[in-house]
Design a protein around this ligand. Structure first.
Ligand code: GLU
Length: 513
């Protein structure tokens, strides 16, 4: 691998505020952050907003919000202040490109003076026709260098007349360009495959290529880590560094994210915004852990990493170039691991918003209100219920459905569902009636999972009753669903009164059938 100078690492993420942060963007952000932290370098944010037509309101705030959520504090660049306004820090600012136009104008002048760039006055119509002809002739669309050799006088008079123009890079002819990529080795391209691309647009804004290399140079960026889709731009960048006589940074193009069918990730496969994943109930630690593994591994079998472990172990040696498969089942599994690590209080705090948003509960001071019944309950009641699902769910948004039955006034199910496959209606009614008698015998403070289990099993054994013919209807009567935690656990969490009520209501349903 390239002999890296890793003593003064400065990396940047350079998002364009053209949409909300996606999983792929988060991976780029994470790798840059891990790299900076691993080498005790600087993590910089620069906003590339030079394409004003693609600006999406709210995108910058979304980005900074995601960084705050992830806990990635940048050393330089924009940030959200404690007063919730937009601040900026660092000595290489401004860090928002639209505020740096003067800088780009000064640097483009240098290239014009060195004869490395030129003004192009071709009207849009001419360029469109040129392109259409090339496509019709099955040629790769390329600018034909029409304005490359205009005389100084011609240029001056067009400029004086205010003719709209762009500034193009003067592509050297037949030159081998080497992009040094840490992950992929040398990427070699010939300049004859590139054209005189635009550096400055007619609206006076620089293109991405130009602004980005001027800024990477001025901000002393040492490593450029970004998605594979930018590889095609890298030779243009290398040439610009040469034109200025600047030392280019080292590049690392990160592997593409692929769906399980090895196609480019689409929205359906999970290429959704980070916000969507958060709302689905993926925990921050799980999401970051999973994303770290999309292109990197530590060289061991380890799959669960804390942030500190990732920082310690992350290097570019272990980032691979083959596409990384986005496997949502693996994300679910990792999320499950982190959910089980939460204390019950943490789990409760994570789940409460889902219960409130799904209208099951409302918060009333220290207490909670069950919306359907109006009953006020203590958080401990909800914690007991939640603890039944903590080992079962994979995403927090499964919680309202999983435990909704605890908060219903009446459960809605067909009475036949209460009957165990080896039993019948009469037997089920009788078993449930016996069950009520048993439950009524247990003192309120002894109404625990363990006691219930002991008492009911003793009864079943004495009477030689099949366990399923009592426990199935009991569990169904309490939950109203075919899959749920065990009957004793549910009864314990529900409490004696509600448990008896639900069993009585099941008997009534069977009797009225
Ligand atoms: N502005 C580019 C983006 O939106 C940055 C690419 C780069 O990192 O050079 O991702």
């Amino acid at each position: 691998m390239e002999n890296l100078n890793l003593t003064n690492v400065r990396v940047r993420i350079a998002p364009s505020p053209t949409g909300f942060v996606h999983i792929g963007n988060l991976r780029t952000i994470l790798y840059n952050y891990l790299f900076a932290k691993h080498y005790k370098g600087k993590f910089i944010i620069r906003i590339e907003d030079t394409d004003q037509s693609r600006f999406v309101p709210g995108a910058l705030e979304n980005l900074l919000g995601v960084l705050q959520w992830a806990g990635f504090e940048n050393d330089e660049g924009p940030f959200i202040t404690p007063e919730n306004t937009l601040g900026e820090k660092g000595e290489f600012g401004p860090y928002i490109q639209s505020a740096r136009l003067k800088i780009y104008h000064d640097y483009i002048q240098q290239l014009l003076d060195k004869n490395k760039a030129y003004c192009c006055f071709c009207p849009k119509e001419r360029l469109e026709k040129l392109r259409a002809d090339q496509v019709a002739n099955k040629k790769a669309p390329k600018y034909d260098n029409f304005c490359r050799n205009l005389s100084r006088e011609e240029v001056q008079s067009m400029l004086a007349g205010g003719t709209p123009h762009v500034i193009r890079f003067k592509m050297p002819e037949n030159k081998e360009i080497i992009v040094k990529d840490i992950i992929r080795g040398n990427i070699i391209v010939n300049s004859k495959d590139l054209d005189d691309y635009v550096l400055m647009k007619a609206d006076g804004f620089p293109t991405y290529h130009f602004a980005s290399i001027v800024d990477d140079h001025l901000m002393k960026i040492t490593h450029v880590m970004r998605g594979e889709e930018w590889i095609a731009s890298a030779p243009k960048h290398v040439l610009l560094y040469e034109a200025f006589n600047w030392q280019p940074p080292l590049f690392a193009h990160l592997p593409q994210l692929l769906s399980k069918s090895k196609k480019k990730l689409s929205k359906r496969d999970g290429d959704a915004s980070v916000q969507d994943f958060i709302e689905k109930g993926y925990l921050k630690k799980a999401l970051l852990n999973f994303i770290a593994l999309l292109g990197w591994n530590s060289g061991t079998e380890q799959e669960i990493y804390s942030m500190d472990e990732m920082i310690k172990q992350f290097t570019l040696d272990n980032v691979h170039k083959a596409g990384a498969v986005f496997d949502i089942d693996k994300l679910d599994w990792i999320n499950g691991v982190y959910i089980r690590e939460l204390s019950i209080d943490e789990f409760y705090n994570e789940c409460l918003p889902y219960l409130v948003n799904s209208d099951l509960l409302s918060i009333s001071g220290e207490k909670l209100v069950i919306n359907e019944t109006g009953e006020r309950v203590k958080p401990g009641f909800v914690k007991d219920i939640l603890s039944l699902e903590q080992t079962r769910i994979k995403r927090l948004n499964e919680i309202p459905e999983a435990i909704g039955y605890f908060f219903r006034h009446e459960l809605d199910y067909q009475p036949e569902a209460l009957i165990w496959k080896k039993s019948d209606r009469e037997q089920t009614i009788e078993n449930l009636q016996n069950l009520i008698k048993l439950l009524k015998k247990i003192k309120l403070h002894e109404f625990t999972k363990e006691n219930l289990e002991k008492l009911i099993f003793e009864f079943l054994e004495n009477k030689s009753i099949d366990t399923g013919s009592m426990l199935w209807p009991m569990r169904f009567a309490l939950s109203g669903q075919a899959k749920s935690p065990g009957p004793f656990e549910i009864a314990d969490a529900l409490g004696r009164k509600k448990t008896i009520e639900r069993i009585e209501s099941a008997i009534a349903k069977l009797q009225n059938q």
